[in-house]
Design a protein around this ligand. Sequence first.
Ligand code: 3PG
Length: 410
Amino acid sequence: MATYMHLGEQVDPDAYVICEYRVTTELPMEKAAAAIAAEQSTGTWTDLTTTTERIVDDYGAKVLSIEGDRTVIAFPVEDFSIEVGGVPQILSVIAGNLFGLESIGKLRLEDVTFPKCILEMYKGPRFGAKGLREILDRPEKPLVGTIVKPKIGLPPKETAEYVYEAGAGGLTNSKDDETLTDQRFCPIEDRTIAVAEALDRLASEGHRMVHAINVSTNGDKIVELAEKVQSWGAKQIMVDVITCGFAAVQALAEDPSIKVPIHVHRTMHGALTRDPLHGISMLPITKLVRMCGGDALHIGTLGVGKMSGDPKADLANLNACLDPMGGFKEVMPVCSGGVYPGMIGAMVERSGRNVQIQAGGGVAGHPGGVRKGAMAMCQAVDAAFEGIPVAKYAETHPELRIALDKWGMR
Ligand code: 3PG
């Protein structure tokens, strides 16, 4: 971690939450940074008759550095309501009003580093990457999964058939898509039971697989819904962190009755992350998901999938899942969105092997159907794992050959 000075003294990293912002402003940067620090801690747009020098000294955010359009600001730990406020209060400090300040043009929270006393309040993933691998008995190779497609429309029986076919083709994971929860055409209870039967059938045939049931719902219902789907046989649950909130992930991860891993989707993140000059980058989101206990998290496709994304930023997200942090378990980084077999070599070259690669269209769009689509994905992962060029591997693997013919290579 970088060391910072303030007023000639080295800043104690255990006493502050340290944030890096990118600022686009017509103000001199010193003024802009000071305005952000003030607005988010002890100040406002005018001077106050109610504050004191002591309040500003003790609780005022401090501008540690300014370099080009970037500034680093430190928030004293005392500004955080550590036990009660949780992530909602953390975000209201480091990512609250500041985005709407008229005097600042654009603003992006790029990174955050938490002190030990805050990290200690979080438990992190219960299973994490290693736990998922143990459940699936897949110690080394990338996990390889699918998202049931079409994302809405299939009834429970067809959903379960899809999952069975995907498992029979060798996939380790599958999941509901982010827009599927409990619609009339596919009630969550019937779907969970049917999928559990498909997974049991695969297990009886010697293949381990999990399917994440999407429990994203209102805050007062999410734990209860997760308990129910677990009782109906779910082996993994999924939650959309941006739409449901970090507190929902934490509630699921820390509830003792929930005993299955949590797959964290990030739908809607683009509203926060896409503009390189404004919003919140995926890096702080990744760190918060890890603290809150997500076991697997979508991190991008490292520049090769259908969703926009800077490969360097995706790699930083991946590292934030896996690098040492607060003694937390590693989060399984998930590459998802427009993935097909011909891009897996390039992806694994960037990601390394500790990753979950998944494809919806890249499985269900295979001309031979879901099972062959799953086989083609597994073959592409095997080729990448063994360091064999995918085109060469396809010479002896017809399912992969057909996938390469349809979608090409990256
Ligand atoms: C996801 O949940 O990541 C997307 O639904 C992926 O779907 P795709 O593989 O068909 O792009």
